[in-house]
Design a protein around this ligand. Structure first.
Ligand code: KIV
Length: 278
């Protein structure tokens, strides 16, 4: 009798999107990405997305921090692993937090290798243009797919002085265009362009070989990303570029109010919520 069990999962399990397959979608169907930070949300978003971004925006959405600067590698790894566990088909991209990669390509590799090993993610994302090109080339040459992030780069808030749109002046327009070319030439498989004027996003999208993913950068990009809490309406104040597809904050408050009223009036729990005696 054979003792070898054969697991035939290939027929049922959908194949997960890879970084090369994501890259190959340039100029094809628009790419869909949303942020996800937790297991259940990853499970719900996964069937609808080409990629799930475990963004360091979890600073604000999960932890109530004032910016992404305090986020640590351990935080990103814990949330990245949860998102990988409960997703099946989307490419999971994990943000490298501030301070974990900027010092040198070697530091970037050490941090990114931890992310890949400890989360099972398919790629990492890091912020920065020309200055990060050597690190991107170093990672790509050593088996780590990199999504770059240019334009408005929230980790640089203390240098930028805020979260306003970028690329309005001639010099900044030219610098961001050069950033895009540098990260694409260095081997990024995709580039997030955040908070830039539409002509710049369009020019970059037409010029570089890998797909651009816009957030506040117009529909001219090869795909779009939004912070999931923003598009679900969890926050009263959001950036101009956010479209709310629901108003979860209001619906959560209504549900919580209903529960509180029923508890206080002893209308909950009811008979169907009780354990009977056997
Ligand atoms: O951290 C994040 O959510 C991001 C997106 C805004 C692109 O980087």
């Amino acid at each position: 009798m054979s003792t070898t069990a054969t697991l035939n999962t290939a027929a049922t399990a959908p194949r997960r999107m890879t970084a090369p397959a994501f890259r190959a979608r340039k100029r094809a169907e628009p790419l869909v990405m949303l942020t996800a930070y937790t297991a259940r949300m990853a499970e719900l978003l996964d069937p609808h997305c080409d990629a799930l971004l475990v963004g360091d925006s979890l600073a604000q959405t999960i932890y109530g921090l004032p910016s992404t600067v305090p986020v640590t590698l351990d935080m990103m790894i814990a949330h990245g692993a949860a998102v990988v566990r409960e997703s099946r088909q989307a490419l999971v991209v994990v943000d490298m937090p501030f301070g974990s990669y900027e010092e040198s390509p070697e530091q970037a590799f050490r941090s990114a290798a931890r992310v890949m090993k400890e989360t099972g993610a398919g790629a990492i994302k890091l912020e920065g243009g020309q200055a990060m090109a050597p690190a991107i080339a170093y990672l790509a040459a050593r088996g780590i797919p990199v999504m770059a992030h240019i334009g408005l780069t929230p980790q640089a808030v203390n240098i930028l002085g805020g979260y306003g749109a970028r690329g309005r002046g001639e010099a900044e327009y030219a610098r961001i265009a050069a950033d895009a070319a540098a990260v694409a030439d260095a081997g990024a498989f995709s580039v997030v362009i955040e908070g830039v004027v539409e002509p710049l996003a369009q020019a970059i999208t037409q010029t570089i070989a890998c797909p651009t993913i816009g957030i506040g950068a117009s529909a001219q990009c090869d795909g779009q990303v939004l912070v999931v809490d923003d598009m679900l309406g969890m926050f009263e104040r959001t950036a101009r570029f956010v479209k709310r597809y629901d108003n979860l904050a209001e619906r959560i408050q209504t549900a919580a109010r209903g529960y509180a009223d029923e508890v206080r009036a002893r209308r909950f729990p009811e008979a169907q919520h009780l354990y009977g005696q056997t």
